[in-house]
Design a protein around this ligand. Structure first.
Ligand code: ADP
Ligand code: ZN
Length: 297
């Protein structure tokens, strides 16, 4: 029987736990609300213990977490959620708690680095060297993989906070507590749309000017990511990207903004494979956690 791995996709509103032997073989999953660490961790631990008593011991666990986190192996605060504004969660020892309680090796990375890894290993970037994964949801975050290694450095990428230009006709003051309307998250995450227009993003009709602006903001950011990281694919996931009409608008706007500078088909042809939806649907995050577990085993 193939090896059994545990996976946690830890988000600001919910934790998804899964146990499986591979991307097509998840045996059990469970979801718990993100309340306080002791309670949410306790529910996850109970889940993994139950599953282990039924299916056998887990070889390892992968944790794909909201941040900021310290995922630099060897660092003093390795394995911690660090300076998050989420109440009760700052300076929480995530890896240590699970490694000790379950007595197994633990892999740890950002939710979006993990999602990029899963898309690279099993999804739409399978045959490529690089994969950029960006989620546009309650917040905006990006992860990057190069030949199977996720990008970590000073900290980890914080691509949602790239600085972009607000359109002159857009008077919204922005929703980022640090950068107001001067970063992508402040202008284009789901809550920014809701506050600017006074209605939930999913209630805005496809022909609303909101989406023309949204495509411009995401295209500005994509241009910055393209010229700094040179990704072969940009995968856009998260709730807001359910608005599928955004994709062609973003591709056209990226081509316009680059203004002929990069003579590559992905951009000149506005290729639908270059800026695209996740190959793994809504599973990129949890399968990313599974990939982290496999790498940690
Ligand atoms: P999270 O980022 O919290 O993990 P999601 O990726 O589901 O979760 O993002 C939630 C955000 O996406 C909310 O702001 C919500 O309004 C927005 N959203 C969800 N579904 C849609 C949709 N179909 N169209 C536009 N926005 C959506
Ligand atoms: Zn910001």
């Amino acid at each position: 029987m193939a090896t059994l791995y545990g996976a946690i996709e830890a988000g600001g509103t919910k934790f998804v736990c899964a146990v499986g032997r591979g991307p097509d073989a998840l045996l059990e999953t469970a979801t718990f609300p993100t309340t306080e660490p002791e309670k949410t961790f306790g529910q996850c631990l109970a889940f993994f213990r139950d599953v282990a008593s039924e299916h056998g011991k887990l070889a390892s666990l992968g944790i794909a977490s909201f941040g900021p986190i310290d995922c630099r192996v060897g660092s003093e605060a390795y394995g911690y959620i660090t300076t998050t504004p989420k109440e009760g969660w700052a300076q929480t020892d995530f890896v240590g708690t699970f490694a000790k309680a379950l007595d197994l090796p633990v892999g740890f990375d950002t939710d979006v680095n993990a999602a990029a890894l899963a898309e690279w290993r099993w999804g739409c970037a399978r045959d490529l060297d690089t994969c950029l994964y960006v989620t546009v949801g309650t917040g905006i975050g990006g992860g990057f993989v190069h030949r199977g290694t996720t990008l970590k450095g000073l900290l980890h990428p914080e691509m949602g906070h790239v600085r972009i230009h607000r359109l002159p006709e857009d008077g919204y003051s922005g929703n980022c507590p640090y950068h107001g309307h001067q970063c992508l998250e402040g202008l284009a995450a789901g809550p920014a749309l809701a506050k600017r227009w006074g209605t939930q993003a999913d209630a805005l009709p496809p022909d609303h000017i909101a989406w023309t602006w949204q495509a411009d903001y995401l295209a500005q950011a994509a241009v910055n990511w393209i010229v700094t990281l040179s990704p072969e694919v940009i995968v856009l996931g998260g709730g807001v990207m359910q608005q599928q009409h955004l994709f062609p608008q973003i591709r056209d706007r990226v081509r316009a903004l680059l203004n002929g500078y990069l003579q590559v088909p992905a951009i000149l042809d506005a290729s639908p494979d270059f800026i695209r939806q996740p190959g793994l649907g809504t599973q990129s995050g949890i399968l990313g956690a599974l990939a982290l577990a496999m790498d940690a085993a």
